[in-house]
Design a protein around this ligand. Structure first.
Ligand code: HXC
Length: 303
């Protein structure tokens, strides 16, 4: 392999954890979702990423295919998750070319900062539709393949590791409320609800559904937007209890965990990956804990 494992994912994971598995991912050309897929591909999976932007999706698929020798990564652009017909065509192509869908990342999302008074009804509806209708379309249309994957796995016919796993990529701003994010908070709350309902309805078929809720992740579009309204530039990550922003690798590791057989009995859960940030955010975006220097520099040998 030409890339150091530590660049993408924890060295704790076995290299062939997802051998012969196929992951389908919406929003796959985003920074977080592409990192999730990159880790899975590195650990043996083949992948199909879909996105709206044709060229960007193709470029990222090519880059992902280079992290492991013989990796197969399809990038299908022009796919708006609000339109079931486009999604169905992409799913069909994934199944035809890669042989099925074992793992699903529901990641497509819309986001911009806007106050409630500035949001037009259509702007509100746009984000709600991308996030909630898009998530619903995605799980509904991939469901037959996820169930089939479980059946094949049970027959000893579908590689190593688990089958029929879904991760929804959500957020944390709806736990507390967040300025200029009413539309996104409403959408993400609904995404969480879809994920939990899906877990209950399809658990009996062996398909699990969980949520990863990233906090402030450095280098992402979401972080760039948040930094426009938070006074965090000068104190990078200081309001986060772990004293740093997250990395996409932190989200990739959570993804590998939930897709691995270490999470066989985890279903309908939320895994918040935010260094503890949302609990601080509960007191307001500008009033996060600023740890005093003597707390940070104290002699830990006496603790
Ligand atoms: C106000 C806006 C706007 C903006 C679009 N609209 N952008 N309103 N501020 N910046 C309004 C338009 O005026 C229009 O309303 C309506 O939204 C639809 O606009 P379209 O451009 O036709 O919509 P569409 O092309 O379907 O999608 C627009 C988009 C999308 C939702 C902004 O391009 C997008 O999602 N881009 C960003 C993707 C992104 O950031 N993803 C990461 C998500 S991270 P009118 O009334 O004029 O018709 C995440 C986790 C949280 O979700 C991160 C924390 C911040």
């Amino acid at each position: 392999m030409s890339y150091p494992k530590a660049d993408f994912v924890s060295s704790a994971w076995k290299d062939d954890l997802f051998r012969k598995k196929v992951v389908f991912c919406t929003g796959g050309n985003g920074t977080i979702c592409s990192a999730q897929v990159r880790a899975l591909v590195y650990l043996g999976a083949d992948a199909c990423i879909v996105g709206r932007n044709e060229q960007k999706t193709k470029n990222i698929a090519k880059e992902l295919s280079e992290v492991r020798t013989n990796a197969r990564v399809l990038g299908i652009g022009g796919v708006d998750v609000r339109q079931p017909r486009l999604l169905q065509t992409a799913i069909d192509r994934c199944v035809e070319e890669l042989g099925g869908i074992d793992l699903l990342i529901v990641g497509a999302a819309g986001n911009f900062l806007a106050s409630i008074e500035d949001l037009s009804p259509n702007a509100f509806k746009t984000v709600i539709d991308i996030d909630t209708l898009g998530s619903y379309n995605t799980v509904k249309l991939t469901l037959p393949h996820l169930v089939k994957s479980v059946q094949m796995q049970e027959a000893g016919n579908r590689g190593v590791g688990p089958s029929g796993r879904v991760i929804f990529v959500s957020a944390t701003m709806h736990y507390t409320g967040y300025p200029l994010q009413a539309h996104v908070s409403a959408a993400k709350a609904a995404v969480d609800a879809i994920a939990v309902n899906f877990a209950l309805e399809y658990g009996p078929f062996g398909v699990t559904s969980n949520i990863i809720s990233p906090g402030p992740i450095g280098g992402t579009e979401g972080m760039r937007k948040l930094s426009m309204i938070e006074k965090i530039k000068e104190k990078e990550g200081r309001r986060v209890p772990l004293q740093r922003y997250g990395s996409v690798k932190d989200i990739a590791d959570a993804t590998v965990y939930l897709f691995s057989d270490a999470a066989n009995y985890v279903n309908g859960e939320v895994l918040v990956v935010d260094g503890g940030a949302w609990r601080v955010l509960a007191t307001g975006p500008d009033s996060g804990i600023q740890y005093p220097e003597n707390v940070l520099t104290r002699n830990t040998s006496k603790i």
